[in-house]
Design a binder for this molecule. Structure first.
Ligand SMILES: [Zn+2]
Length: 352
């Protein structure tokens, strides 16, 4: 586990935005995140391929009423699938949500669109998808951020609640770790941020090696630093996956592919540390499955979808480690017994 001191150092040393990434839409709302719930101003859609099925699939982001949350609708089966951590049914290759054991009620590769929605501060939306996976697009969240910018964002007539982490929660698997720590006033000095993230990765491949990055999550910093970072994979794994009927839609058009430790994409990388940026993007998407914005510091070391989901499950298993407060409330480190009692869910999660 990374020590608290190391975490603070990483966050304090977060590099300045590079200005690389999808173009900012004129008039995009970038000020502090609001205390009211938000949805899209209009419905908007796109068509792409499923990473694993290789099939063409259409996605449509549709405005939804107050208290709706983010819900996926499989238009081919009629199944509604809430975007919540307790509906995660598989994390081996991507984050898959499901309801029960019905294969028609599963939706895969939700993490990139969830990251874009969460970073933009969209609380309520119906995500209609015509097949079993969200289209992979270019392997990043930038196309979804672009769709949200085109649709616009509408504030709704209801207060927003956030989940405030009060005590550290940590999970570990092998040498991979992930933690949620209480946010501090200092770290959230930028009032646009609720979540601070720091992540380290280590890969044997020369092109990746050791990378670390930290940032305070705001709509602007997500757009500039994370949104365009693509998913990545190894050519050897791709062959193995294809032999099992997976990654049929995977190509150099939607992933950074490494062979013999080197990047084989003709255009190279979008960022020198595109890999850790993408892992941060994934963490934003996976943490969005809390069902409401989280006010906390996330610290990961070699963590991925599986550990991110275990972290949320561990958090919700410890009612004394969090409470639900109106958006804009100041961080609180250690609760009094009375505050801890008031932090118990009392239906707030179900309503989120
Ligand atoms: Zn990803």
């Amino acid at each position: 586990m990374a020590t608290a001191a190391h975490t603070d150092l990483m966050l304090a040393e977060a590099p300045a935005p590079t200005g690389v990434g999808p173009r900012r839409a004129a008039g995009a709302e970038t000020a502090r995140l609001p205390a009211r719930q938000r949805t899209l101003k209009a419905a908007i859609g796109a068509t792409g391929v499923g990473l694993h099925s290789g099939a063409r699939v259409t996605i449509r982001l549709v405005p939804a009423p107050v208290g709706h949350g983010i819900v996926f609708l499989r238009t081919d089966t009629g199944a509604h699938i809430p975007a919540r951590h307790d509906h995660v049914v598989d994390t081996r290759l991507c984050t898959v949500l499901g309801v029960g054991h019905d294969p028609g009620a599963r939706i895969g590769t939700v993490e990139h669109v969830m990251a874009a929605l969460s970073a933009a501060g969209i609380d309520n939306a119906l995500i209609k998808v015509s097949g079993p996976e969200v289209p992979i697009m270019d392997g990043s969240a930038a196309p979804f951020t672009f769709l949200i910018d085109c649709a616009g964002i509408a504030a709704q007539d209801a207060a927003l609640s956030v989940l405030q982490v009060l005590r550290p929660v940590r999970v570990k698997e092998g040498d991979a770790t992930a933690a949620l720590l209480p946010a501090t006033d200092t770290l959230l000095r930028d009032e646009g941020a609720r979540l601070a993230l720091a992540l380290e990765i280590d890969f044997a491949a020369d092109a990746i090696g050791h990378q670390e990055r930290a940032l305070l999550l705001t709509p602007d910093r997500f757009r500039d630093e994370l949104a365009a970072a693509r998913t990545f994979g190894f050519a050897e794994d791709l062959q193995r996956l294809r032999a099992h009927g997976l990654a049929r839609g995977g190509s150099l058009a939607n992933a950074v592919v490494l062979a013999g430790g080197k990047v084989v994409n003709e255009g190279g990388l979008r960022f020198t540390d595109e890999f850790v940026r993408h892992k941060l993007l994934d963490a934003v998407g996976d943490l969005a499955l809390a069902g409401m914005p989280i006010q906390a510091r996330f610290v990961g070391h070699r963590s991925g979808h599986r550990l991110n989901n275990q972290l949320l499950r561990a958090l919700f298993d410890q009612p004394e480690a969090w409470r639900i407060v109106p958006a804009g409330a100041r961080p609180k480190r250690v609760p009094t017994p009375r505050a801890a009692a008031a932090a118990l869910p009392s239906g707030a999660i179900a309503a989120a």
